[in-house]
Design a protein around this ligand. Structure first.
Ligand SMILES: Cc1cc2nc3c(=O)[nH]c(=O)nc-3n(C[C@H](O)[C@H](O)[C@H](O)COP(=O)(O)OP(=O)(O)OC[C@H]3O[C@@H](n4cnc5c(N)ncnc54)[C@H](O)[C@@H]3O)c2cc1C
Length: 426
């Protein structure tokens, strides 16, 4: 068959970030024909292209909570020396909040995510964006564009893993985005080398980082009250979550302004870090995230909107898709502070946040599921987003298998598949 003719897939995943990759792995491992279409030239999305290298909330008070392909990924990175668990670490923006995390090397993340997707028999199309999607009773017809050509793809189910409900929005499904005063700050992450890692680890633990945060913010060098270091296992490097801007990422002019603004902040911030953070006296710039880290995103208005009360009360859902434990963490664009509110226990995210009554064939996953501003601020971290992705792949696989659609399907079959995959949703 001519590869430029229309391709037919059971499941088309748009966006190969953490959610999309695990959606494709789950559907592929269930024997479905899957394609991931990804705008960048690697998988991982924010995790790799923006170098967000700490997976927050992989465990809760020292107890690992994930299963399935997500935990397999953590284990693979760890056993190959490219990730390390760090428990009970204080946040630079609030030392009273402690989070269990997995620090990893974002470059190896690219390699292992791709390997896992290929081993699940998923096809990957890089450097391509979905530009058109039209749903009919029994399929979705899509147009995918690269810089050089245009391809048509037909699928039975489409998983919107764009991290921004962009496909749902394009298809006229109900979506929502906070206005600019409520949109969380965006951050450009940088990677520094030549770090005395042990000294830096002590600095992170002994809370002296807060003194530097205050000094940097009061002098205007830091644009937010945060200086988040994440040492990269088995290197002398660390990523730093520090270079901030407040923009609406959907406006191309604002996005470009935000990128220029953050790129230009980098030299003075590195000078500041060298002078004020123990262990970083001889730091050198290794790299700059190739994409700006966009924290806040457009979300689906789904059959159910998750609230922060659901999370605080550990609400139980019959159709639980994923677990989380990360607190509310809002990078407020007005005060440039980070607002925290902790949760007491694990919480659940139901499947109903991933679809809406207006579509039978579009599943939205990852951080763009239906959630209030406050609930979003908690569930947006990578482990829960990956868990949601894997769950969405299970849902799509069962819909294909059962010749069902989102208007009427058997949730017990989805739960059975999740159980077979050893996913933990209790
Ligand atoms: C600055 C910052 C710091 C953060 N810190 C942490 C942290 O320390 N720990 C943590 O766990 N989480 C953190 N997060 C949150 C977390 O990184 C993200 O919420 C999560 O990675 C989102 O994953 P996703 O797969 O839903 O979306 P994304 O990572 O946004 O992936 C979406 C993918 O879709 C692609 N795409 C979009 N549109 C199209 C299209 N039309 N066609 C094809 N492809 C498309 C994109 O290129 C991208 O690869 C942080 C986020 C930011 C921005």
């Amino acid at each position: 068959m001519n590869k430029f003719e229309k391709q037919i897939y059971d499941v088309l995943v748009i966006g190969g970030g953490m959610a999309g990759t695990f959606a494709a792995i789950a559907a592929g491992e269930a024997g479905k024909k899957v394609l991931i279409v990804e705008k960048n030239q690697c998988l991982g999305g924010t995790s790799t292209s923006s170098m967000v290298s700490e997976l927050m909330g992989v465990a809760f008070h020292g107890r690992k909570i994930y299963g399935g392909a997500v935990q397999r990924y953590f284990d693979t990175l760890e056993s190959n020396g490219h990730a390390m668990y760090n428990y009970n670490v204080p946040m630079s923006s609030n030392p009273n909040v402690h989070i269990d995390r997995l620090r990893c090397n974002p470059e190896y993340a690219k390699i292992y995510l791709e390997k896992m997707a290929l081993e699940a028999n998923a096809d990957i199309l890089y450097d391509a964006v979905l530009v058109q999607a039209e749903e009919s009773d029994d399929c979705i017809e899509c147009v995918v564009k690269t810089a050089y050509t245009e391809l048509t793809v037909q699928c039975s189910f489409l998983i919107d893993a764009t991290g921004n409900a962009s496909v749902a929005c394009k298809m006229g499904l109900p979506t929502f985005k906070n206005d600019s005063k409520a949109l969380q700050t965006s951050t450009l992450i940088i990677r520094l080398g030549n770090i005395e890692i042990e000294k830096l680890q002590e600095t992170i633990k002994d809370k002296s980082i807060q003194k530097a945060v205050r000094k940097g913010f009061d002098s205007g060098i830091l644009k937010g009250r945060i200086l988040g270091f994440a040492p990269i296992p088995n290197t002398n490097d660390t990523t730093v979550n520090v270079v901030n801007t407040n923009i609406d990422h959907e406006d191309p002019y604002e996005l470009t302004k935000g990128l220029i603004d953050t790129h230009q902040q980098v030299p003075s911030i590195i000078d500041f870090i060298r002078e004020n953070v123990k262990g970083c006296e001889h730091a050198v710039l290794v790299s700059i995230g190739s994409t700006l880290g966009i924290r806040d995103a457009r979300r689906l208005v789904g059959t159910y909107e998750l609230t922060f009360d659901d999370l605080k009360n550990s609400a139980k859902f019959e159709d639980c898709a994923a677990l989380g434990c990360y607190p509310l963490d809002i990078h407020d664009p007005v005060t440039n502070t980070v607002i925290w509110e902790e949760v007491k226990d694990l919480y659940q995210i139901p499947f109903r946040t991933m679809y809406c009554k207006e579509s039978k064939r579009v599943i939205v996953t990852g951080r763009a599921v239906s959630a209030s501003r406050d609930a979003f601020a908690a569930i947006r971290v990578m482990p829960s987003v990956m868990n949601l992705g894997e769950a969405s792949g299970c849902l799509a696989a069962v819909l294909v298998e059962d010749h069902a659609d989102l208007s009427d399907f058997n949730i017990e079959h989805v739960k059975e598949l999740m159980k077979q995959r050893k996913m933990n949703v209790e």
